[in-house]
Design a protein around this ligand. Structure first.
Ligand SMILES: [Zn+2]
Ligand SMILES: [Zn+2]
Length: 255
């Protein structure tokens, strides 16, 4: 019975996944705690039927990740490999409650997009007010287009303020599939996303679903995020993954 239910879920995800054409929060071996190469990630994106793949290595303050120089030579890649449009971004670390990050303007300006996230090795969880302040400030940054996994009760946040700022600064709020996985080390993501997504739906604020893959098998894996979005009947028109053109125009609004 359990296997049958799981099979039906798999089929449902397959059908819905057809509308999800891009995954823009992924990591390769360059991040130091991820396990696939760019070639393997592109092959996986192709197999999953994606049209666009974004690689977003952890920025240098994450222990074991690549240095800034890594990001300066990415023009060795073509824009398209095996028919997959390839973008290079970065997952920056917010370092303090003023929203300072660990990458220079010069490096950021050479990349396609920037994600900003709170990570325990790089910022101590603060009060709700302090964490919210970190997010609100970093969203003002000209090269930050996405807030990564704003879903972790270890970093409590005022979602009303976050969604309002997303609307004003045109920053996309991420729904992170890895956070929603039963193995996630992030706390209470499902409940936090329910609150955030309900505000996004009311305020007409777009979101982006990302796998946060640290291995090729997870590229384009949106299983838990899709299940949640379906459950709360979140408007498809506010999901940036359903059209490459929509996604590119959304991140362009900022830069
Ligand atoms: Zn990571
Ligand atoms: Zn992260």
């Amino acid at each position: 019975m359990f296997a049958f239910t799981k099979y039906i879920m798999y089929l449902v995800c397959l059908v819905i996944n057809m509308n999800f054409l891009l995954d823009t929060h992924t990591h390769t071996i360059a991040s130091g705690h991820a396990y696939s190469t760019i070639t393997e990630m592109v092959n996986a994106a192709k197999e999953k039927g994606l049209r666009l793949l974004g690689i977003s290595e952890h920025a240098p303050a994450m222990p074991g990740s690549c240095k800034e120089i890594y990001f300066s030579n990415l023009n060795v890649f073509s824009d398209k490999i095996k028919d997959i449009q390839l973008l290079f971004g970065i997952e920056t670390n917010v370092l303090d409650y003023k929203g300072n990050i660990d990458v220079s303007m010069k490096t950021l300006s050479g990349l396609n997009y920037g994600i900003a996230s709170l990570h325990t090795p790089c910022i101590t969880p603060g009060s709700r007010q302090e964490n919210t302040s970190a997010y609100l400030h970093v969203m003002e940054h000209p090269y930050i287009h996405v807030i990564g996994h704003p879903d972790d009760s270890r970093y409590p946040v005022d979602y009303k303020a976050l969604v309002k700022q997303a609307k004003e600064t045109k920053v996309l709020l991420e729904v992170n599939n890895t956070s929603l996985s039963p193995n996630s080390f992030r706390a209470n993501a499902r409940e936090n996303y329910k609150e955030m997504l309900s505000l996004c739906a009311t305020e007409n604020v777009p979101i982006i679903v990302n796998s946060d893959a640290h291995i090729s098998f997870d590229v384009g894996n949106f299983e838990y995020a899709i299940s949640l979005l379906k459950e709360i009947d979140f408007p498809t028109s506010l999901i940036a993954n359903t059209s490459v053109e929509t996604y590119l125009s959304l991140i362009k609004q900022k830069s």
